[in-house]
Design a protein around this ligand. Structure first.
Ligand code: GLN
Length: 253
């Protein structure tokens, strides 16, 4: 069920965890080690997003398997970014396979990914969407649970919510409305990264002076720390030094 990763810290190339590492996201797309909740490969598209030198997110998404994209490696090679997110998708049954259904979802300030499923979608969570402006619903990237989660989160962020509180609130609210849902979320901005472990695998480790989170460890380097069920990783970067720290909190009340 989808694999994703994200990084926050001093500028580095996304090519290492996405393509070059022994258990890179590309390897995880066809040989994942820790799929939970069904699915065997993640072949229904992929996306990579990063904060470019002008300070805004750039996205590259495609609807085919990541291993078939001959351009990707060379495209990422010269990229240097202090914040990036990448995902490979295994579409939930009944949801469309299209470029626009692939993470990252984005606006000018955030990159977002969802690994999992909202059970009973869309009826189970339709009530939660009542406060989302109709134009935002009409402009959903795709008719999928993940795109709706992004619309709900974006509404909270635009309303001035703290990103950690917004992500935690979204997980709790959706889990209450649709019990049994799998809600591993990734949210990355210029100076903060939030990652949840809610019924899917997640690991974290320092990556140089930055912080890398991934559904599965990308290599055998020491330092990978599994994130326990119900926990959330918060990494923050200081604007001046790009020194990055992270902590793990519980989302369970
Ligand atoms: N339900 C989401 C989708 O279909 C995410 C799928 C997944 O995590 N496998 O896009």
């Amino acid at each position: 069920m989808c694999r994703h990763l994200a990084y926050l810290g001093p500028s580095v190339s996304p090519a290492e965890p996405v393509s070059h590492a022994p258990h890179s996201l590309t390897v995880q797309s066809y040989a994942p080690k820790d799929m939970r909740g069904g699915g065997t490969v993640n072949a229904d598209g992929f996306g990579v997003g990063w904060f470019a030198e002008d300070g805004y997110p750039t996205r590259y998404r495609r609807s085919g398997p990541i291993w078939t994209d001959a351009a990707l490696d060379r495209l990422l090679q010269p990229v240097r970014a202090g914040a990036f997110l990448a995902a490979v998708r295994s579409a939930t049954v009944g949801m469309p396979v299209s470029e626009s259904a692939c993470a990252p979802f984005a606006d000018d300030d955030w990159l977002f990914s969802h690994n999992g499923v909202v059970l009973g979608w869309p009826e189970s969570v339709a009530g939660l969407a009542a406060d989302v402006p109709v134009v935002d619903l009409l402009r959903l990237d795709a008719p999928t649970d993940s795109a709706l989660l992004w619309a709900l989160l974006r509404r909270a962020l635009r309303g001035g919510a703290d990103p950690v509180a917004a992500v935690t609130g979204l997980v709790r609210t959706v889990a209450a409305a649709a019990p049994g849902s799998r809600l591993n979320l990734l949210l990355v901005g210029r100076t903060v990264l939030v990652a949840t472990a809610w019924s899917h695998a997640l690991s974290v480790r320092r990556h140089g002076d930055g912080v890398l989170v991934a559904s599965e460890p990308c290599d055998d380097e020491p330092g990978w720390q599994p994130v326990a069920e119900g926990d959330l990783v918060v990494a923050r970067v200081s604007e001046n030094s790009r020194a990055t720290t992270y902590e793990i909190e519980s989302m369970v009340e």
